[in-house]
Design a protein around this ligand. Sequence first.
Ligand SMILES: NC(=O)c1ccc[n+]([C@@H]2O[C@H](COP(=O)([O-])OP(=O)(O)OC[C@H]3O[C@@H](n4cnc5c(N)ncnc54)[C@H](OP(=O)(O)O)[C@@H]3O)[C@@H](O)[C@H]2O)c1
Length: 258
Amino acid sequence: MPNQVHLIAFLFGAAAVVTEPAVAATVLVTGANRGIGLEYVKQYAAKGYDVIATARKPSEATELNALAAANAKIKVEALEVTDLAAVDALAAKYKGTAIDVLVNNAGTTGFPEKQRFGSIDYASFDDVMRTNVRGPLKITEAFIDHVAASPTKKVVVVTSSEGSISDVKTNRQPFYRASKSAVNMTMKNVAYGVKDKGVVIVLINPGPVDTDMMKAARGRMPLRTTELAVRELIAVTDKATIETTGTFWNFDGTVYPW
Ligand SMILES: NC(=O)c1ccc[n+]([C@@H]2O[C@H](COP(=O)([O-])OP(=O)(O)OC[C@H]3O[C@@H](n4cnc5c(N)ncnc54)[C@H](OP(=O)(O)O)[C@@H]3O)[C@@H](O)[C@H]2O)c1
């Protein structure tokens, strides 16, 4: 989090207090064109961060493009998180840029009808795993030097309570659940792999949030706003330290059971 300093500006002989970020800080958010990712862009931009906002189809990212048009600190970049070469190319493009917070947000549940035992669509299984597990792993690997070069050094994975094996009492979206368990396991390992660089891995469950991903649940369960959820996700991220690296957090800052 950039510290805030108050600069005294003398305008026309009168003193005015201007608030500006004291430290230039950068965040990269994947899947930034809608839902939780778009809200991350809004909130980090409001804090004065430089924001690298990735979307797989920037030409269709109307709301994100409007934010970027109004704020030169927001850069929109194309990124399909399953495309290994594209991830490497983006990391090369930003070589030398320190990234304080790398937010692995992009994710998919896959189609429920493709996850029914007895008629499983294995191509769909692979797609969910490529996006939700391989994506954050590859992005973290490609950008680790950018993150390690920053003062903050945090990698966030927007995971899910659906990845908690101890929570499972029904057969529901097994691809998605498996992918979130797997990304937790993968990134907990990475946490130990990068600890000597001082990089903190933060796994967070955002809880049920009112986005396209949860549109089928609208009216059937309470959904929290993206505004509230992202405020909580950022608060948990801010509190995470190298001592807590690899922890699976709930949005309220408590530890979530594996
Ligand atoms: N909403 C919830 O209640 C909830 C709960 C627990 C966890 N989460 C997690 O929170 C994260 C964000 O979810 P959300 O609710 O904001 O979902 P969402 O509204 O469906 O948005 C998903 C975002 O991920 C992007 N994405 C999906 N596959 C991608 C790929 N292969 N490459 C690049 N981008 C890709 C989408 O891009 P396109 O627009 O191009 O499809 C979109 O920007 C996900 O990881 C999700 O699992 C959400």
